[in-house]
Write a protein that binds this ligand. Sequence first.
Ligand code: SR1
Ligand code: MG
Length: 493
Amino acid sequence: MSQYHTFTAHDAVAYAQQFAGIDNPSELVSAQEVGDGNLNLVFKVFDRQGVSRAIVKQALPYVRCVGESWPLTLDRARLEAQTLVAHYQHSPQHTVKIHHFDPELAVMVMEDLSDHRIWRGELIANVYYPQAARQLGDYLAQVLFHTSDFYLHPHEKKAQVAQFINPAMCEITEDLFFNDPYQIHERNNYPAELEADVAALRDDAQLKLAVAALKHRFFAHAEALLHGDIHSGSIFVAEGSLKAIDAEFGYFGPIGFDIGTAIGNLLLNYCGLPGQLGIRDAAAAREQRLNDIHQLWTTFAERFQALAAEKTRDAALAYPGYASAFLKKVWADSVGFCGSELIRRSVGLSHVADIDTIQDDAMRHECLRHAITLGRALIVLAERIDSVAREVYGADGVDFTPLAQRKLKELQERPDAAELGLCMVKTQYSLSDDAKLLGRPENFDIHIREVYVNAGAGFVVALTGAIMTMPGLPKVPAANGIDVEDGKITGLF
Ligand code: SR1
Ligand code: MG
């Protein structure tokens, strides 16, 4: 073991020669520091031909993007290496390979991925990788299932939870996601032009209650070993390939956090596209992003459920229908965490290039505003439909038709969406949307067929099942007011 010191390029070469697992290590001759993230040093190590052959990554004892005034534990390097090793075990094709790790030096050597590109840059440049979303859904299903109670023996699960206790990094997320954007804080970072939008977040009691519930779940739900910071900047893509990197925020937390932050970054890109591509090209790219989100979730949910059917041994968790009921809760969590990622990346310390690199100030502000509005609506509105279904009707969850999903998305972009009331239109014969399920039915979903706004009444109307609506009639028919006076018809409207 060696004592901690900050690596130079020379150290990185020597380290890679020893630990990169290369047949002829003396071929490694130079290194370049290429880290552009918020936290660490990252060296590419090159051979005599100038080909990058390995990556050496070292944690600094402080937050790189802020400086030494914000000290940070070196133990995060252990947590990163161990999370990546655990994830590699369950999803080798989608996790970067760690060759070697030293906890004292807080350094690791990993597979070189120079033939891949960071997904965020590709999304911004609108280079499409048709398999990426499905592969990300598969990675998340494999690693989250195999580190959850659906798979691990309870003793093993508890031992792993202890191994991955990560208080310092969790505290960063707890503050940046769930505190800072909803209060005045020196770390916040947004243009003065957005002051009114951000002040509205601080004054929004309904939103802050929903955010409190999300933070509480982040604190308390040790469901699986999360990546903890899975966004398009911590994913490498190449044709037909996707690899997750950068897992220093790994800990046992709510599964919906990883899904939500992954989806949130696709939506941040969605919000920024008009500023990156122009309105016309952005429309087609936006369809792709929405399609990617759908693919990501459906792949994740299908794989997770298939793994549960095949591998869950716990008698209670294996009970038919439980995995699917659990996934509905994961979806509700994901929507909320997705919304909080949109807000914290627009208002808080750490932003995304998808929006921040937009040159035109007015356009950039509009995209930020869109991300904030969408984030708020996702946190508040989706949770409300879900909670009416569960708590009032006793449903397991909610299914939305594609039409309802599309309408809901349009609706979420309305600035007044969260102020609207919710009117669920359903059969009077049952708590479900099936008139034949009388009494207090159980094990059913509410099916949302369509969603629209009755703006005059101030309601979002959600049509359930096969229900039909009729035009409203006044108490006194309008015909009663129609008359003929001196040859003229009166009372028409
Ligand atoms: C102080 S670290 C700020 C952000 O950078 C990381 O990539 C995480 O997303 C974190 O929230
Ligand atoms: Mg990271």
